[in-house]
Design a protein around this ligand. Sequence first.
Ligand SMILES: Nc1ncnc2c1ncn2[C@@H]1O[C@H](COP(=O)(O)OP(=O)(O)OP(=O)(O)O)[C@@H](O)[C@H]1O
Length: 265
Amino acid sequence: MYDTTRPEMNVDQLHTKISARNVQVFYGTKQAIKDLNVEIQDKTVTAFIGPSGCGKSTFLRCINRMNDTIDSARVEGEIMMDGSNIYDRGVDPVQLRAKVGMVFQKPNPFPKSIYDNVAYGPKIHGLARNKAEMDEIVETALRGAALWTEVKDRLQESGTGLSGGQQQRLCIARAVATAPEVLLMDEPCSALDPIATSQVEELIEQLRSQFSVVIVTHSMQQAARVSQKTAFFHLGNLVEYGDTDDIFTRPQDSRTEAYISGRIG
Ligand SMILES: Nc1ncnc2c1ncn2[C@@H]1O[C@H](COP(=O)(O)OP(=O)(O)OP(=O)(O)O)[C@@H](O)[C@H]1O
């Protein structure tokens, strides 16, 4: 039913990048994530799927502490990245978000030039010693986001003047510019047309050679196309996690089976 044929490598030999243990998330008294445990591998695309409101975005935001910015949100449990808890008191969330970048549903470039959109993060984090180094970071990030050839002659023009698909690739370049180890993508193609969607999907496949990518998607076809691992969420629980091929062809849980066959959601 779903095409899960795509470039493969044996992702099970890769090391664990993120390990979530007994994670619970509350908004006020309402519990949105219940006792979640999962290991996310390096250099792998992991898809989060499940019906609306099941907690996919909430858990995604835990991985770079974006929930810290929501007053009513409370996160319990541990999220380890390379063996260190990202919720430890000594961790600066701003530094963490350079290592764990995020791309949102709606492209949200800053009202600045294309160049300054990409240079913004590296400038804050002091990644370039001079203009030549910054130029190189900007070019590498734009090439990495498959946007360089389209914008190299108009770097000083506003990022908001680009098409929707180009804006989303600019946001990916912005996230990639700080040399992240993990890239979180919350429905990154939902505002894009089919051509821009397939460009971003191709890009995701390239990006995973450098780091771990976690993508929330409502499209099961997209999850099947881009990911090697899939996690199915339902009512705040991570119900099933495994190889994407297995989740789509041999689900173990009846709720997963019902969702992928269109009976819930
Ligand atoms: N800022 C917030 N304040 C209060 N409740 C929230 C907030 N964000 C999410 N929720 C609630 O938490 C639950 C999980 O929401 P979440 O957005 O994580 O689900 P989702 O699976 O990503 O949904 P969708 O697929 O519709 O984006 C829902 O019941 C939602 O209403």
